[in-house]
Write a protein that binds this ligand. Structure first.
Ligand code: NDP
Ligand code: MG
Length: 384
């Protein structure tokens, strides 16, 4: 039996991981669950999975905990996240919270010798060098949950001692793939949230529409697979059946296929090195008929270029891109700015702050703070 702690259990990834736990009660025992503020959902999950501890990042007054859940140890704020990452008897810690808050949790879990199952891409984007170094030192390689990186990781299981020469990182192209640039820049919140293939949290769905998600995933792949950005090719693949692929020196390409359902990569990381049922059926290739591929339009989606530039600038540039983007996306979701303004705000933050250092957590958090400030500034005129 594996013991698992889930940080961000009330979110899109967290609830699907709990689905898998419920499907295999003999395989998993849940030791910790955390959310930010959604207490009703967390109460429900604690009632069902009976973890040793549970916590809310926004805080909880012990008097608010329902009578039947008081056997669980309840914690608040940052301490709750730290305890969930390192303080229970978990073998594996699924970090599925959103944002840079995930970085501290990943480091805490690694420091405590836990196996990290990583959905939170921001931890690698902002502190990839610290995370990978600690994972190496502790002999606990990170198991990716992001579907593309899980696909690459699965392909690499067949690579033996051979290193891939290139990574083909697939992208659906999002809801605006076929839209003219000007129309995309005026898109509404509802239009940006209408992802053609995947059902995900709001922030990452907007990132898929702007392709900042793919930019962040280039950074994630660079760290997870020690692959220079120029050997990571983004391939637009609107059907989202090939989740990514790797090329080898001999001309062979290995790819991983599946329907777009996160339970597959989540379940793979949880059960690794085994495979077990997730409730997902394999794709019906005859029903699909054909799979298509396109070059990404880097002029319409400058996010890809910005991500590559941030990676080559090094230091805190990727943290700056991430922080400014998070604030700009939040402003867009509140209806304060037009979609196109997300690009403008991130570009401006990079212009001003890309040279900041990121040698340790303090410098990373400071760069994040400054980037967020920059991401909040700018024209607030709504174009739609
Ligand atoms: P959701 O917004 O659906 O869920 C986020 C979870 O984290 C919730 O439990 C939320 O609690 C909690 N949370 C949010 N902010 C904080 C914080 N500052 N501190 C502590 N807990 C917090 O996000 P997703 O599940 O979509 O995404 C989670 C991560 O996984 C992201 O990094 C995303 O990029 C990555 N990812 C997601 C994919 C997907 O399919 N959804 C695919 C690939 C990667 P509450 O409910 O109380 O707000
Ligand atoms: Mg992904």
């Amino acid at each position: 039996m594996k013991k698992i702690a889930i940080l961000g259990s009330t979110g899109s990834i967290g609830t699907q991981a709990l689905d898998i736990c419920a499907r295999h009660p003999e395989e998993y025992r849940v030791t910790a669950l955390t959310a930010k503020g959604n207490r009703e959902k967390l109460f429900e999950q604690v009632r069902r999975f009976r973890p040793e501890m549970a916590g809310l990042a926004d805080g909880i007054d012990p008097a608010e905990v329902p009578e039947d859940l008081r056997g669980c140890r309840w914690m608040s704020g940052k301490e709750a996240l730290r305890e969930a990452a390192a303080g229970t008897e978990a073998d594996q810690v699924l970090v599925s919270i959103v944002g840079i808050a995930g970085l501290q949790s990943v480091l805490d879990a690694l420091e405590a010798g836990r196996q990290v199952l990583l959905a939170n891409k921001e931890a690698l984007v902002t502190g990839g060098h610290l995370v990978m170094e600690l994972a190496r030192k502790k002999g606990k390689p990170i198991l990716p949950v992001d579907s593309e990186h899980s696909a690459i990781f699965q392909c690499l299981q067949a690579a033996g001692p051979n290193r891939p020469t290139r990574i083909l990182l697939t992208a659906s192209g999002g809801p605006f793939r076929t839209w003219p640039k000007e129309k995309m820049h005026r898109a509404s919140r509802e239009e940006a949230l209408r992802h053609p293939n995947w059902s995900m949290g709001a922030k990452i769905t907007v990132d898929s529409a702007s392709m900042f998600n793919k930019g962040l995933e280039i950074m994630e792949a660079r760290w997870l697979f020690d692959m220079p950005a120029e050997r990571i090719q983004v391939v637009v693949h609107p059907e989202s059946i090939i989740h990514s692929a790797v090329e080898f020196e001999d001309g062979a390409v290995l790819a991983q296929l599946g329907v777009p359902d996160m339970r597959v990569p989540i379940g793979y990381a949880m059960a690794y090195p085994q495979r077990e049922s997730t409730g997902v059926e394999p794709p019906d290739l005859f029903a699909l008929g054909r799979l298509t591929f396109e070059q990404p339009d880097e002029e319409k989606f400058p996010s890809l270029r910005m991500a590559r530039e941030a990676l080559s600038a090094g230091g805190a540039a990727c943290t700056v891109l991430n922080g400014a983007n998070e604030e700009a996306v939040a402003a867009f979701l509140r209806g304060e700015i037009a979609f196109g303004e997300i690009y403008t705000r991130v570009a401006r933050a990079l212009d001003r702050l890309a040279g900041l250092p990121a040698r340790n957590l303090e410098e990373i958090f400071e760069a994040d703070r400054l980037a967020r400030q920059a991401g909040k500034e700018g024209s607030t005129s709504s174009l739609y």
